[in-house]
Write a protein that binds this ligand. Sequence first.
Ligand SMILES: [Cu+2]
Length: 340
Amino acid sequence: MPNNFALSDGKPWSRRQLLKLGLAGAGVTGVAGLWQMLNLQSKSIVKVPPLDMEAPDDATNPMKMLRDFDYGTVKQENGRTIREFQLIAGTSIINLNSAVSYNIWDLNGRIPGPTLRAKQGDRIRVLFLNNAGHSHSLHFHGVHPAEMDGVRPISNGKATIYEFDAEPYGVHLYHCHIEPVTRHIAKGLYGMFIIDPPTPRPPADEIVLVMAGYDVNDDSHNDYYAFNGVPHYYMHNPIRIYKDQLIRLYVLNIIEYDPVVTFHLHANFFDVYRYGMSMTPSEKADVITMGMAERHILEFAFRYPGKYMFHPHQDAIAENGCMGQFEVLAQSNQKTVNNS
Ligand SMILES: [Cu+2]
């Protein structure tokens, strides 16, 4: 397989370019496509409050990212199911607050990158195009051959293909692995990679929370922190969920420079599925400690309506942006109030 091919104009791949490479998608078909449709159908059993879409549709749209899963394009090749994703590294400027803007590296125009989602056993193919100015790569957590480990630099304007089987099931991640890795991660090149178990988990309102830090003055200390890209966003725009409905949080700690953070949920306890690698919880907690790159599934339901905070219990980290709240709504047919 060609592992490093140049693209002439550095623009996103056209269907013609992909056809030339034999990589154009054929749509959702076959068993894996059926799984995807069933997955989406089971989601339709779950009631999700209308989103407050105040945020601009640019590199940062934390409300949209909460429940946004990229299932890729499913194809059949030689009797195998291929799940194909496209990730394009670029550059963006984001506003960390009303006074501070910051240059990031993004994936598909967003920070964090897309939450990729597959079923255990799918063949994963990731088309990676680097348009972000420096050499970058994508390293996936999971099990795969050495040549697919994503530590080889892909220079600016070049593309590569990572291909491997999705295993084992769990909550994983991907990130750039070019030195200094701290900087390449802290500047935005990361995302969550969920591999679903063969037997689906029960229907739930599934929500992604990625904790990250920003070192804006390059002194190897974070100045700001965020859930899903924007400091304090979910404090000002609470995540609406419904009372008594199962919430399944996929939480990732990708904060560089701080060795560990915790995740604390107010007024509740959650079931912990460590690394998402089991179908039965290992423990119940209201604070969980997460080292760099640790990620877990946390499940809970709220019994009482109201607003409830979540944040790392290192309060300096919370106060500098890694803080949000759930707004628990009483009835699933209730009209939500736009309090903007
Ligand atoms: Cu990089």
